[in-house]
Design a protein around this ligand. Structure first.
Ligand SMILES: C[S@@+](CC[C@H](N)C(=O)[O-])C[C@H]1O[C@@H](n2cnc3c(N)ncnc32)[C@H](O)[C@@H]1O
Length: 449
């Protein structure tokens, strides 16, 4: 018998196609590559940095790849259903599917938003991109046929697609069901809010200047902005951080207005010992140090993410003791209790999907319970580190009650903790007056000894 030489060829995801650096074809292929990696379980920011490095792209191409990848993520459900209506089997490999979804996202922008490119350019460049990739050059006629059919039959195809919740909402079915179960009267508004483009919100460094003075600086620079809170300023149009006045000198940081509630709730006084137990990348650590002269310990289990805390505090000219450790354990603790503890625990991040549209496609339903179990262990461990009369602020960026209110109620009961006033569940909101992610805050005080 002759030996079989048949081999299965692994997809060449790292292959750099020979396409012009500033072409839409390269941008579509880069986005398709990132989307395929997200399907494989990689978060979109990491997927994009891999693509930028293997494709060795120009800054301009990076911007285009990123923009298309984020658009594609926001409309992945709708594009998947449309593809299901136009093809007999799911396009393979994953990058071909990603290419079609990326092209559809450009051809089929959300209602009332202009298409970013001419339709014929998108089709032409998507076919060109397919033709240049060895894994699916054979499918270039299919890419052409599918995209042209979409343009010809768009009203009928989208009407048919929108009958399916996956296309209507652009979330997996379990996510839609969970939102509906938790918020029977508001689930539609919550899902819509997660599909809105987030604003760029800044936190003004109160050590350096006041918020009105910074608004005046922005106005002088011709940047339109509104005040959202004591230190929160929302830009009318997002800009690159390099164009934000004073960013590099630590006058401001990028931080959602909802996240800016943490430091004031901690009721900080000079001289306190404070623990930020899940600190990376350091947004709240920075705010704590801007608010009072405290002795801050910032802990995070991920040493690479902890390095970002050092960078962020360095830009602000502030310092904390940085510890790479597991907040479920006390092995790293010197035994001296803290006056204040911030527990911004790991969670499903279901409240920040407008900033991270990949999260809904990466998460599994079972993650909620797993993460709630981890965070309850973290909270129980931290409680022993708090002084009598001290305060612990529990924060999540989740919308699921299992991770938030149910967790807070169970924690208070387990430890006989006093529950102080705090916002509780903040639902995501977009607008000039109120604009924040979906976060949860519960504040506990330890009884006097
Ligand atoms: C919601 S993020 C924190 C955001 C941060 N507080 C800020 O404002 O920039 C949660 C963090 O918890 C960290 N983490 C996850 N499990 C942990 C554990 N067991 N112990 C300590 N940190 C953990 C993650 O690495 C992640 O950086």
């Amino acid at each position: 018998m002759r030996e079989s030489h048949e081999v299965t060829v692994a997809p060449q995801q790292d292959y750099r196609p020979d396409l012009k650096a500033d072409s839409l074809a390269l941008a579509l292929l880069g986005a398709a590559n990132a989307v395929a990696r997200v399907r494989g379980g990689t978060a979109l920011p990491q997927a994009l940095s891999i693509v930028f490095s293997v494709y060795d792209v120009t800054p301009q191409a990076r911007g285009a790849i990123q923009d298309i990848a984020y658009r594609t993520m926001r409309q992945l459900g709708r594009s998947e259903v449309l593809l299901g209506l136009m093809t007999t089997k799911a396009p393979e490999p994953a990058m071909l599917d990603g290419l079609l979804c990326a092209a559809l996202a450009l051809l089929d922008p959300p209602q009332d938003t202009p298409p970013p490119y001419e339709a014929f350019t998108v089709v032409d460049q998507a076919v060109h991109a397919a033709a240049h990739h060895p894994d699916f050059a054979h499918a270039k006629a299919m890419v052409n046929a599918v995209l042209r059919r979409f343009l010809r039959e768009r009203p009928a195809l989208t009407a048919e697609a929108l009958k399916q919740p996956l296309a209507r909402w652009n979330y997996p079915q379990w996510w839609i069901d969970s939102t509906r179960a938790a918020y029977p009267d508001k689930w539609e508004a919550i899902l819509e809010a997660g599909n809105v483009h987030p604003p760029l919100t800044l936190r003004v460094n109160a050590r350096r200047l006041d918020t009105d003075a910074y608004l005046a600086t922005l106005a002088e620079a011709g940047i339109e902005a509104t005040r959202l809170g004591s230190t929160a300023v929302r830009l009318a149009q997002p800009v690159n951080v390099s164009q934000i006045p004073g960013f590099h000198d630590g006058l401001v940081s990028v931080q959602d207005a909802g996240a800016q509630l943490a430091a004031p709730l901690l009721d900080l006084q000079d001289g306190m010992r404070v623990l930020d137990a899940c600190a990376a990348p350091g947004g709240k650590s920075g705010h704590i140090l801007e608010s009072a002269d405290v002795e801050l310990t910032s802990v995070d289990a991920d040493p690479q993410r902890l390095a970002r805390v050092r960078d962020n505090l360095g830009r602000l000219g502030l310092e904390a003791k940085l510890v790479a450790a597991d907040a479920q354990s006390a092995a790293w603790w010197d035994g001296v209790p803290f006056d204040r503890i911030l527990a911004d625990v790991p969670c499903t991040a279901s409240g920040i999907v407008r900033r991270h549209p990949d999260i809904r496609w990466l998460r599994r339903k079972s993650d909620t319970l797993q993460l709630a179990t981890l965070s309850s262990k973290i909270l129980d461990n931290l409680w022993q580190m708090l002084l009598p009369n001290g305060k612990l602020l529990f924060v999540t960026c989740s919308l699921w009650p299992q991770e938030s209110e149910a967790q807070a109620a169970a924690f208070a009961a387990r430890h006989d903790a006093i529950r102080l006033d705090a916002p509780g569940q903040l639902l995501p909101a977009s607008g000039a007056g109120q604009d924040h992610d979906g976060l949860f805050y519960a504040l506990f005080q330890k009884r006097a000894a």
